[in-house]
Design a protein around this ligand. Structure first.
Ligand SMILES: Nc1nc2c(ncn2[C@@H]2O[C@H](COP(=O)(O)OP(=O)(O)OP(=O)(O)O)[C@@H](O)[C@H]2O)c(=O)[nH]1
Ligand SMILES: [Mg+2]
Length: 365
């Protein structure tokens, strides 16, 4: 089944709040640049790489939450219409799935589906989308219906569905008047990155610069502009991709694509001195998915059982094989939407690298 969102082009076609902030600040940044250039070179540069939807920007946002000042009310409000767009897209995908699977709704639920579709047709400005309270309630009734819940519970991994579809659990809160997105809402929302975003922060007395790029095919061409002076590649692979086809090229498995990109990056001579950190992300979804979708179905060479440990180790080994002796390499299982998990793992990755660097310099046992 296609990933179609019923003609809505609600994500990807516009600037994310990160990009808007970047471009409005760019003139001021230009002026300060000559002074900052030296400071910049002293910062530990982390480049986030990985395929689309692997979770790079989610980690980027977590850094802002953990190591900067988070999101003030006006910054949080920049995410409101994206969150509403995610809800529209998710419910559209769910309604389409019900009809593709031949799941029928009760008459009252069908009336609400029709009301939702009617609202969508009349939408003029997806950019500034705000779902009215009454439509939010109507969407909630569709989401809570037994037909929709059955479709979600039993088939959600069999059709394209936004990771942020769980917003539907909170659709009434999200569409209330005066709603302001919470940190949790912001890290769960989905908008594809179409530029290069940077933040600078301090952690454990070290200065960092983190660079976030887009993972879609057209965006990967821009990666090369960020390849100078990289201290650490933070490569994000989505563990839930193991049984997915690449949405941009259905010939390829999405995780195998990610593996090929990882291999190319690791072998790139520009990164011969960089540390490589691999996040096996969306681990929460991976564990859920394994219950119904065996790894062997997508990876014929896998001969283990369908336990989480065995499947995870196979994927870990696959990626590790790309690493050569010259690299410092660390791998972690992550759930990027979990702030506590990212705090722990990021801290640990940095500590490992610092220790390794001290050891290489003969300053550590
Ligand atoms: N359940 C779950 N969702 C996640 C996790 N990591 C990211 N997501 C969600 O996955 C979606 C995509 O994440 P992004 O951070 O936008 O992905 P990206 O790599 O920046 O994608 P591009 O910008 O297109 O390259 C978002 O809705 C996230 O909230 C995770 O570990 N678990
Ligand atoms: Mg992104």
């Amino acid at each position: 089944m296609g990933a179609g969102a019923g003609g809505l082009s609600l994500r990807g076609a516009r600037l994310s709040p990160e990009e808007r902030a970047n471009s409005s600040k760019s003139r001021a940044i230009d002026r300060a640049l000559s002074k900052d250039h030296t400071d910049d070179l002293n910062r530990f540069k982390i480049l986030l790489l990985g395929t689309a939807e692997s979770g790079k920007s989610t980690i980027f946002r977590q850094m802002r939450v953990l190591h900067l000042d988070g999101y003030a009310k006006e910054d949080a409000l920049e995410y409101l219409s994206i969150i509403h767009s995610n809800c529209m897209e998710a419910l559209t995908q769910l309604v389409e799935a019900c009809s593709a699977f031949g799941i029928l709704h009760d008459i009252t639920v069908q009336e609400d589906v029709d009301r939702f579709e009617g609202f969508k047709k009349k939408l003029r400005d997806p950019e500034g989308l705000v779902i009215p309270v009454v439509i939010g309630r109507c969407m909630d009734r569709v989401w809570q219906s037994s037909s929709m819940q059955m479709c979600y519970e039993t088939r959600r991994f069999r059709f394209a569905l936004l990771d942020s579809a769980k917003f539907m659990d909170n659709i009434v809160r999200l569409t209330e008047d005066n709603y302001v997105p919470t940190i949790q809402d912001i890290v769960h929302c989905r908008i594809s990155t179409t530029g290069i975003n940077e933040i600078a922060f301090n952690h454990k007395k070290m200065d960092f610069k983190m660079v976030d790029v887009g993972g879609q095919r057209s965006e990967r061409r821009k990666w090369i502009h960020c390849f100078d002076n990289v201290d650490m590649i933070l490569f994000i692979v989505s563990m839930s991709d193991y049984d997915q086809l690449d949405p941009e090229d259905h010939k390829y498995n999405r995780m195998k694509q990610s593996y090929e990109i990882f291999k190319t990056i690791v072998h790139c001579d520009l990164f011969r001195h960089a540390s490589i950190v691999l996040f096996l992300n969306k681990y929460d979804v991976f564990v859920e998915k394994l219950k119904t979708s065996p790894l062997r179905r997508s990876f014929k060479s896998y001969d283990g059982d369908n336990s989480e440990e065995s499947a995870r180790d196979f994927i870990k080994k696959l990626f590790r094989r790309c690493i050569t002796d010259r690299h410092k390499f660390f791998v972690f299982e992550t759930t990027a939407t979990d702030t506590g998990n990212i705090d722990l793992v990021f801290g640990s990755a940095v500590a490992h690298i610092v220790n390794e660097n001290l050891r290489s310099a003969g300053l550590h046992e």
